[in-house]
Design a protein around this ligand. Structure first.
Ligand SMILES: [Zn+2]
Length: 302
């Protein structure tokens, strides 16, 4: 169904095309901002990189608009994170003209860290992309693969291979850019390891479990108060707070969109500070380093 916004968009698109359309051969699309950071580092000035969730939308409830479909369809390649519900819709629509890359390929996936056992509909479950409303179950793949410097390195390798395939002429340049990105990522990983040394097995709190891969990389324990964004009963909320207290949780890491009054009261109940972090940041590796510095600083208060 065409709505008013779509009509306006289509008209704008027509005007843009008639005034000389940007060569689609120079455009790549990714799902989220942290991927744009990685791909821009590898692609250099040769490509324009769009991200579908450029405005910080919730990746799990994101519903692509017609404009988003156009953006992807007009790209030479589309890079999915791998396990976000909207990506399944898009992957079904990538035609022969758009190279599709699952950037999570090769990442050792986590299951059972993201959703608890809820109504699970087998009829709608897909072996690979089983992540959507009503599909949460205990073996669900944790989709937040990007929130790990080490996983970012694997994602970068998948991006490199696609660029080498679609533009072999400039492959040596992409390879050089990739190598310098990798040394940056390795340095960041080493810096985080050094910040967190001695804190193995210690806990930190979050609302939504967006840092499971980060926690695994450095042997930390993530306590998710909200789990899959559903409201908790007073009893299970109390249990979560007690768990955080028992484990001596170091800090409550809060996403910018989470209500501040509420985060302060949760932190107060658990006896920790609440600190705002952004696991969807464009420059995510440096944000993960900042998170490790926050954890280190807060661990001294425990
Ligand atoms: Zn999630």
């Amino acid at each position: 169904m065409l709505n008013f916004k779509t009509v306006i968009f289509t008209v704008l698109l027509a005007v843009t095309f008639s005034c000389g359309r940007k060569n689609p051969d120079n455009v790549l699309t990714v799902s989220i901002e942290p991927q744009r950071y990685l791909l821009e580092k590898i692609a250099g000035d040769r490509w324009t990189v769009n991200s579908l969730l450029a405005r910080g939308e919730d990746p799990e409830s994101f519903d692509p608009s017609i404009a988003d479909f156009r953006l992807m369809a007009d790209s030479k390649a589309y890079f999915a994170t791998g396990y976000l519900p909207f990506e399944e819709k898009l992957s079904n629509l990538t035609g022969d003209d758009v190279e599709f890359t699952d950037t999570s390929e090769g990442i050792k996936l986590l299951e059972g860290t993201h959703g608890e056992c809820h109504a699970h509909n087998h009829a709608h479950h897909h072996a690979h992309h089983g992540h959507g409303e009503g599909e949460y179950h205990e073996h669900e793949t944790d989709p937040h693969v990007w929130a790990s410097v080490r996983n970012c390195g694997i994602m970068a390798g998948n991006m490199l291979r696609t660029l080498e395939r679609i533009d072999p002429e400039n492959a040596p340049e992409y390879r050089r850019n990739y190598e310098s990105l990798m040394s940056e990522l390795n340095e960041t990983d080493a810096a985080i390891s050094s910040q967190l040394s001695g804190l193995s097995g210690k806990s930190f709190m979050v609302w939504h479990p967006s840092l499971s891969y980060f926690a695994r990389d450095y042997g930390l324990d993530q306590i998710s108060i909200g789990m899959d964004n559903k409201e908790l009963s007073a009893r299970s909320f109390r249990q979560k707070i007690d768990e955080a207290r028992d484990k001596g949780a170091m800090v409550f890491l809060v996403q910018p969109e989470f209500d501040n009054g509420r985060s302060a009261s949760i932190a107060g109940a658990a006896g920790v500070e609440s600190v705002t972090v952004n696991t969807m940041a464009y420059s995510l590796p440096s944000e993960l380093l900042r998170i490790s510095e926050i954890i280190k600083a807060q661990s001294k208060n425990r």
